[in-house]
Ligand binder design. Structure first.
Ligand code: COS
Length: 367
């Protein structure tokens, strides 16, 4: 991270691409297969181990992690959790080595937070499903070799019950990509529309070969993904605070380093405290998951707190930089834009609040 990624952050931002030699080294390190079981060629890390990787790799531009993030997270976990042994054997080894990249296609133009209202249709026709619909803001879609697509196999059933998860391979006739989105930040991580126009997918590509379980699969995948994002938020906040402290120790005003002023110290101390709290939360949730506990609520708490914390830390650290923080020569200007997404993707802060409060209400009703 320190030797290879940080020195290449500006290149990444300027070229909108992760340098090819870095991608090759990431593959050699096994980073594309962190969470894929060893029997399929991955490293088979526990949740806590994977979180510890994210805590470190979060300390650089998020786009570096994003290139292999979907292979470990939302792109592959549907298969890992609910795929048949044959489906796993077919795809997971290629994902683990990074030979192919996986993308997760849930969001649609009309279905964001209300994911269960998605309308992409998968109509059964003999030994195929025929897909029609549009998926939006799909991370790594321009690079993806396979897409885990949530589609409605039972159009008569509204809501979650009619949704299934299918693997669609790149190059399948009827699958088309939109133009790459121009984003506020996270340059080097690409998103675009994925468009299905009478796209015929073999029935054997239905994850788990059971219809109607796709929404549940997506939610389970997102629980784990939210923990990872929380860890990346902690990493990014650590980095921004480190940069801000360095700046505050070097920058002199009124005859002394600005770090000596208590109003600057308050911003440093509040940030240190909140980072520590978020780090404890994410590690606790990861350890609970490894112990077999259901952690939907804890993952939502960690994602909510860590992403909001990261936004506050970004704001304070830019403030400590003063005018310099608004200038592109300083990494904080880029991080400020990059981290804004953490409060939105893989469930907005408001969706995390819903998940947390609903589970409280459910528990109260059951006790
Ligand atoms: N694990 C397993 N199953 C889950 C689950 C989870 N974490 N969360 C929900 N489910 C199941 C429920 O048990 C329910 O099943 P039953 O009908 O059999 O009881 C089903 O899924 C539907 O759940 P729910 O009623 O909570 O669905 P809602 O439509 O109310 O949606 C939210 C809930 C809003 C939480 C969901 O749509 C969501 O997370 N939205 C945000 C989507 C998102 O994060 N998008 C980011 C882009 S993808 S990178």
């Amino acid at each position: 991270m320190r030797d290879r990624l940080v020195p290449n952050e500006a290149v990444l931002a300027d070229t909108d691409a992760v340098p090819a030699d870095i991608v090759a080294d990431m593959k050699a390190l096994g980073l594309f297969g962190l969470s894929i079981p060893e029997q399929y060629g991955g490293l088979g890390l526990t949740t806590e181990e994977e979180i510890r990787v994210a805590l470190v790799l979060g300390q650089t531009s998020p786009a570096f992690r994003s290139i292999f993030g979907t292979n470990n997270g939302i792109g592959s976990q549907g298969l890992v959790m609910d795929g048949t042994p044959e489906q796993k054997a077919l795809y997971l080894p290629k994902l683990a080595t990074g030979e192919i990249v996986a993308a997760f296609a849930l969001t649609e133009p009309g279905a964001g937070s209300d994911a269960a209202s998605l309308t992409t249709a998968a109509r059964r026709d003999g030994e195929y499903y025929v897909l029609n619909g549009i998926k939006r803001y799909i991370t790594n879609a321009p690079e993806a070799g396979i897409f885990t697509v949530m589609a409605r196999t039972d159009p008569a059933r509204k809501g979650p019950a009619g949704i299934s998860a299918l693997i669609v391979e790149r190059g399948t006739p009827g699958l088309r990509l939109g133009k790459i989105d121009r984003k506020m930040g996270q340059h080097g991580a690409h998103t675009c529309d994925v468009i299905f126009d009478d796209c015929r997918v073999p029935v054997g590509h239905l994850i788990g070969l059971v219809e109607g379980l796709g929404f549940r699969t997506a939610m389970k995948v997102l629980d784990k993904a939210r923990l990872n994002i929380a860890a990346v938020c902690v990493g990014a906040a650590e980095r921004m605070l480190r940069d801000a402290l360095t700046y505050a120790l070097e920058r002199r005003q009124f005859g002394q380093p600005i770090a000596q002023f208590q109003l600057i110290q308050a911003m440093l101390a509040d940030s240190r405290t909140e980072i520590y709290a978020a780090r404890c939360m994410v590690l606790d949730a990861a350890q609970r998951r490894d112990a077999g506990e259901g952690v939907s609520t804890q993952a939502a708490c960690a994602k909510l707190f860590a992403s909001e914390m990261c936004g506050r830390v970004a704001d304070r650290c830019l403030q400590i930089h003063g005018g310099a923080g608004y200038i592109r020569d300083y990494a904080i200007e880029r991080f400020y834009r990059d981290v804004r997404l953490f409060r939105i993707y893989e469930g907005t802060s408001q969706v995390q609040q819903l998940v947390i409060a609903r589970s409280m209400i459910r528990d109260a009703a059951g006790s």
